[in-house]
Ligand binder design. Structure first.
Ligand code: FAD
Ligand code: UDP
Length: 376
């Protein structure tokens, strides 16, 4: 008999949700994390009474009622609606592209006038394609929305985010640019969205209540001893690291954050402001209090915390954020996955182990599915 049914490597949303269902099924788990805190990328640090999203802004959104009810059963969520604003050379535009944006861009006041303007803008690019499919992101964006929106709101932001020119980026990144002919600044189309009241740590603490955890504990520093403790391993770290990078490193994009506490109650009036011109070195500025403080409560808290986000190329040793799902990496991942599929006692899950960009709700859906499909 081993001490635990499961050793769960990683206390992010995948590991914590897995531990929750395992505990409910009467299983004994040990959750370890190499970081000095639990929660993975949804972890928040409280500064001046503000929950600061340490690994980038996280907004929970889903149309899956089961997932929404589940997370709200752990901690109630607030009514935060993501409505980012774009700052292009000092002028502000609402996102996603909607009637407010079209009014700000061209002064059009009706949906018909906005549609006519977009048709006029697209015409040049559609003609230039001569019936061919757009070969890159620039051609794709120009043929969808035309030059004014592309130049002001897409080109600079996208080139900063991906570190390459829009003519060298694949068209698919921007293939589904939503255009809304209504005055609606809600970024997501999902039925439900919000932030846990009191921050994401409450969600993680609720999921891990009654579960044994160890922080500052790197699986690879004690691999043999830790593995011997449990019947099965749930691994949510990097899949290439699990196999000692034997076929090579999988690539990521990473983000670095410049965080500042300001002696004022309200810096930018919104949680998310995208800086869409190429010349601003950062992509976005996040003002964290607006995720959880609304109306007067913004001013009841005299300080504010902002983070400027810089998107950079990832190198081994840096924090891996976004998988780069191009052909080279997808092939490499398949080699690692073939090895993982042979493992009898290891479950690989989450964004690092599956090398997949996962939003939070699909992570929970996936863990629910695993518990429904398999008899552990
Ligand atoms: P992680 O949270 O990365 O957890 C993995 C954990 O494993 C980490 O804590 C790590 O320290 C630990 N670990 C790794 N290796 C080891 C080891 N060797 N030993 C011990 N521990 C180890 N989703 C949304 O739905 N909405 C958003 O607005 C949103 N914004 C995002 C913004 C950014 C910048 C990023 C990067 C992601 C965003 N996401 C968002 C996605 C969200 O972060 C993920 O869906 C979720 O965090 C994935 O959980 P996970 O458990 O798979 O991974
Ligand atoms: N994008 C853009 N301008 C913006 C915001 C986004 O051109 O102000 C483009 C950019 O190419 C980005 C894509 O839309 O890669 C998706 O952006 P989003 O913020 O929705 O997704 P995330 O960065 O969270 O994956």
């Amino acid at each position: 008999m081993k001490a635990y049914d499961y050793l769960i490597v990683g206390s992010g949303l995948f590991g914590a949700t897995f531990a929750y269902f395992a505990k409910k099924a009467g299983k004994k788990c040990l959750v370890i994390d190499k970081r000095p805190h639990l929660g993975g990328n949804v972890y928040c640090e409280s500064i001046e009474g503000i929950n600061v999203h340490k690994y980038g802004a996280h907004i929970f959104h889903t149309s899956n009622k089961k997932v929404w009810d589940f997370v709200n059963g752990i901690v109630p969520f607030n009514r935060y609606t993501n409505s980012p604003v774009a700052n292009y050379k000092g002028k502000l535009y609402n996102l996603p592209f909607n009637m407010n944006t079209f009014y700000q861009m061209w002064g059009v006041t009706t949906p018909d006038a906005a549609k006519a303007k977009i048709e006029e803008q697209r015409a040049e690019a559609v003609k230039a394609l001569q019936g061919h499919e757009p070969a890159n992101l620039e051609e794709q964006a120009l043929s969808l929305v035309g030059r004014d929106i592309y130049e002001a709101l897409i080109k600079g932001y996208t080139e900063k985010q991906w570190g390459r020119s829009c003519t060298e980026l694949p068209a698919f990144i921007i293939r589904r640019l939503p255009l809304r002919f209504v005055f609606d600044n809600n970024y997501f189309n999902d039925s439900y969205q919000g932030i846990p009241i009191g921050g994401y740590n409450k969600l993680i603490d609720g999921l891990l209540e009654g579960v044994e955890t160890r922080i500052n504990c790197d699986f690879f520093a004690h691999r043999a001893e830790l593995s011997a403790l449990a019947e099965k391993i749930v691994y949510t770290g990097q899949i290439d690291e699990f196999y000692d990078f034997r076929f090579g490193h999988l690539d990521f994009r990473t983000v670095s954050f410049e965080q500042e506490t300001l002696d004022m109650p309200n810096y930018q009036g919104n949680a998310v402001v995208n800086y869409t011109e190429r010349e601003a070195p950062y992509t976005r500025v996040i003002e964290h209090k607006h995720f959880e403080m609304f109306g007067q409560t913004v001013y009841d808290c005299p300080k504010t915390v902002v983070s400027r986000e810089y998107s950079t190329e990832w190198k081994p040793g840096m924090e891996p954020y976004y998988p780069v799902n191009n052909a080279k990496n997808d092939q490499l991942y398949q080699r690692y996955k073939a090895m993982a599929d042979e493992e009898k006692n290891v479950v690989f899950g989450g964004r690092l182990a599956e090398y997949k960009y996962y939003d939070m709700a699909p992570i929970i859906e996936r863990v629910m599915e695993i518990w429904e499909l398999f008899d552990f």
